[in-house]
Unconditional design. Structure first.
Length: 163
């Protein structure tokens, strides 16, 4: 990583900062920012899932290896603050870390939900035949429940200004 010659006003990471080495990432972000520029981290979590009990049963039968860790069942993830504020503050190059959260709800069609499931890291690690079987059973469950699935989301924003 070589910091750019022209510094930026904003460095943004959406749904990805957990992949960044926390011993390096905050300092690299600070190197890319002008003084007063901001580091902004976004994350979306699933808080409430309609059909959760039925979906949980499908996962337990067809993909038990991800039941305990998948967030698509509404399992709570660590907050951005608890996961990342410490390293950002510890690098000493940012002011106080601030946090905002926004709750919202969305009703997905069966196809919308099935299209996005394979994009989750835990689902991508499943063997193709396991994922295919899991998706087939989720499809049947959503179809039997009227063709939609409502998810309550929380979007978190963690940000800090470079000193």
């Amino acid at each position: 990583w070589t910091a750019p010659a022209d510094r930026f006003d904003l460095v943004v990471s959406a749904q990805a900062w957990h992949w960044v080495d926390q011993n390096i990432g905050p300092t690299a972000a600070a190197d890319a920012l002008r003084p007063g520029g901001r580091l902004a981290l976004f994350s979306n979590g699933y808080e409430e899932v309609s059909l959760r009990d039925q979906l949980d049963a499908v996962y337990r039968q067809h993909a038990p290896q991800i039941v305990a860790k998948t967030f698509v069942l509404g399992r709570h993830a660590p907050t951005l603050r608890s996961a990342h504020a410490g390293p950002i503050e510890a690098c000493g190059r940012f002011g106080p870390v601030e946090e905002r959260s926004f709750q919202w709800e969305h009703t997905y069609t069966r196809d919308e939900w099935l299209d996005q499931l394979p994009t989750h890291s835990d689902h991508r690690t499943l063997r193709p035949e396991v994922l295919s079987t899991l998706l087939r059973h989720i499809r049947a469950l959503i179809d039997a429940s009227g063709g939609t699935l409502t998810i309550g989301h929380t979007t978190e924003l963690l940000f800090a200004a470079r000193r």
